[in-house]
Design a protein around this ligand. Structure first.
Ligand code: SF4
Length: 368
């Protein structure tokens, strides 16, 4: 391979890939929370989410050949093979339905290689009008297309989680939610969902929500069985937040920092994380300065390249260059390793999965 794996991942996530066989691997989602318009690929033992349906992907220099009968394939850049890739197998739980006929894949999906991910509530107070919606978010699209259900009940989540562990060996679960109207910001439905899953199966869970109004929710989440927590800044510069996330930016960055400081003693150092989308206008310097503050609090900053999702207001916004990602992720990985906050120590969630960013590969490079 001509590029180190972490830089190849940066390139794949910036440029996207073209697939010689679009049906290869696990079907990719269009729209929804988290990585949509992507395909999971395993390169050098690392599973990454690479954009396949985005506008830049159609012109990407990277092509993945049709896989052989064992799921193995090669990735070519401008016609030259640069790496072997594999497609994670389609999970067996996708073939099941609940008694009342809801496909399990409408309740939760496989992310990366071994993560079960669900959006407990597929609607959001921030998504009701174009003036309030986060400009990069596609949470309503999969619902409108009939590929998910609006509210996954605790019993449904427990049923699907048990099957995903037993049939496909998933190792952890991500529960995110659109923000409901209440002041708990979704913490209450995450509590009841986590409790039901934990009663059914032993599966580490990350919950993701905006900072709840009262820090007591962190204790309720832990009591319900949540192992780690994500509260996602997405963008760090206040003016950009107001422009790109007009509704969500009503919760200022400093409120997030207060919530981080309160949550870390409850969940433990390194078990609270945030998601930062690089490439939306924050400078590398401002992202790294924010990460320094986060790391000092014991919060894991999961920095991922922004990927424009079709149908969102930012569908034509360019993603970051591989060089921009390298300029952030290399020093960030050094900061994380030096302070003992490692992706591998996170019990559950996006930072542990790592498929949306090359960050954990940079960490592994430093540790090797
Ligand atoms: S990093 Fe998070 S959003 Fe990305 S594939 Fe993994 S679990 Fe899903």
């Amino acid at each position: 391979m001509s590029l180190p794996t972490e830089q190849l991942i940066n390139e794949l996530q910036s440029f996207g890939v073209r697939l010689a066989d679009p049906k290869a691997g696990v079907e990719s989602r269009r729209g929804g929370a988290g990585p949509s318009d992507h395909k999971a690929l395993t390169i050098d033992g690392v599973t990454v989410m690479a954009p396949v349906h985005t506008a830049p992907a159609f012109d990407s220099p990277y092509v993945v050949e049709k896989p052989d009968s064992f799921g193995a394939s090669r990735i070519l850049r401008d016609g030259l093979a640069v790496a072997e890739v594999r497609f994670p197998a389609r999970p067996r739980f996708y073939d099941l339905k609940t008694e009342d006929g809801v496909p399990y894949s409408h309740i939760a999906t496989l992310h990366g290689r071994d993560v079960l991910a669900t959006t407990v509530l597929q609607t959001c107070i921030r998504y009701q009008s174009r003036t309030k919606t986060c400009q990069f978010c596609a949470i309503g699209q999969s619902l409108a297309a009939g590929r998910t259900v609006e509210r996954k009940t605790p019993a449904q989540l427990a049923e699907v989680a048990r099957a995903a562990v037993e049939l496909d060996g998933v190792k952890h679960m991500v529960m995110t939610t659109g923000t409901p109207p209440g002041r708990d910001r979704g913490a209450a439905i995450l509590c009841e969902s986590a409790a039901a899953v934990k009663a059914a199966v032993d599966l580490p869970i990350q919950a993701q929500c905006e900072p709840p109004d009262d820090d007591i929710w962190f204790e309720h989440l832990v009591s319900a069985g949540v192992d780690s927590l994500g509260m996602h800044l997405e963008v760090v510069t206040p003016e950009l937040r107001r422009k790109l996330m007009p509704g969500k930016s009503e919760v200022p960055v400093e409120r997030y920092f207060k919530a981080f400081a309160a949550a870390v003693p409850v969940f433990g150092r390194g078990q609270v994380s945030t998601y930062i989308l690089a490439g939306l206008g924050d400078s590398a310097d401002s992202v790294l300065k924010t990460c320094e503050r986060l790391v000092a609090l014991g919060v894991y900053p999961f920095v991922v390249p922004f990927v424009p999702i079709s149908g969102t207001p930012l569908e034509s916004h360019a993603g970051p260059t591989p060089e921009f990602m390298h300029a952030i992720l290399k020093p960030l990985a050094a900061m994380l390793v030096a302070s003992g906050l490692k992706a591998t120590d996170i019990k559950a969630g996006c930072g542990k999965c790592g498929a949306c960013s090359a960050l954990s590969t940079y960490e592994r490079r430093l540790a090797s």
